[in-house]
Design a protein. Structure first.
Length: 277
């Protein structure tokens, strides 16, 4: 090998330096998205393509959540009309299998969506555990508290490693059935309840998840299956159309509010506004 070829120290330096630069750049963000399932990735793509600074927090070493496979460990994934149009935008092939129902290859669709989010400019902290929210004196969410995921697996008497905090104008809870950020607010009595998702009912849940997507608390938006958990909507099962549409809606709301096109209270789902009178 040529004497000018990089050695181990150059490889190590490149990794540490690049990661440190990225982390420092994203101590402050426009949007932090917790969870990299289909709704989180779609939201990241929608916001980042408009030039806003987006950081995705993911506890696993891989992105995509359950989007890699459909039901029963089989990898075809289904989409109800009109969500297949999003597959057109990310360049993923699909075919029609029934009236208003389309199917695509899960690994292909997931990899295309990951690439779309990253190509738009979103950055990722994977193997990173969401630990808590930053909440200001005015009650507004102002960022997230995170730690390395393996730290959470260690007994407290073995390792007590403090987390770090990352600020953002808005946080998106895209943590699926767990609704982790919403549950943090509930435990602190900042929101009234987290109802838990209901029984499976695809026809109703597909529309309801999109309808209820939006701001659940000042500074915090909820998207994807976390919407079902927060509001007690039926669970969706192995279909992904409303996950993409929910993420797209959340992203567009964020873009519009940060561009000054709408007021913040317009990000609250209409159904929720009406129920509050």
């Amino acid at each position: 090998m040529h004497s000018s070829s990089p050695s181990e120290r150059h490889v190590t330096k490149a990794i540490i330096q690049s990661f440190s630069e990225m982390l420092i750049e994203h101590i402050q963000n426009d949007v932090i998205i917790i969870g990299s399932g289909p709704s989180g990735l779609m939201c990241a793509h929608e916001v980042a393509k408009h030039g806003f600074k987006v950081l995705i927090i993911e506890r696993n070493n891989y992105l995509g959540g359950g989007f890699w496979i459909g039901g029963f460990l089989m990898n075809p994934v289904t989409f109800r009309e009109p969500s297949q149009k999003i597959l057109d935008t990310i360049g993923c092939p699909y075919r029609k299998v029934d009236r208003g129902l389309y199917v695509a290859d899960g690994p292909h669709a997931c990899s295309k969506l990951i690439a779309a989010a990253c190509d738009a400019g979103a950055r990722v902290l994977n193997f990173t555990e969401f630990d808590d929210l930053i909440v200001r004196d005015d009650g507004r969410v102002g960022g997230v508290v995170v730690n390395w995921m393996p730290v959470s697996l260690l007994p407290k008497n073995v390792c007590c490693a403090d987390p770090i905090a990352l600020e953002s104008k808005y946080v998106v809870d895209s943590t699926g059935h767990d609704a982790s950020a919403a549950n943090i607010l509930y435990k602190r009595k900042l929101i009234r309840e987290v109802k838990g998702f209901g029984a499976m009912w695809v026809e109703k849940s597909e529309d309801a998840v999109v309808e209820y997507t939006g701001m659940a608390y000042p500074g915090l938006l909820v998207t994807g299956m976390a919407v079902s958990t927060l509001y007690g909507l039926p669970r969706m099962g192995p279909t992904f159309g409303s996950m993409l549409l929910s993420g797209q809606k959340a992203g567009r709301l964020l873009v519009d509010v940060m561009k000054g096109k709408i007021k913040e209270d317009q990000m609250i789902p209409e159904n929720v506004r009406k129920s509050k009178g």
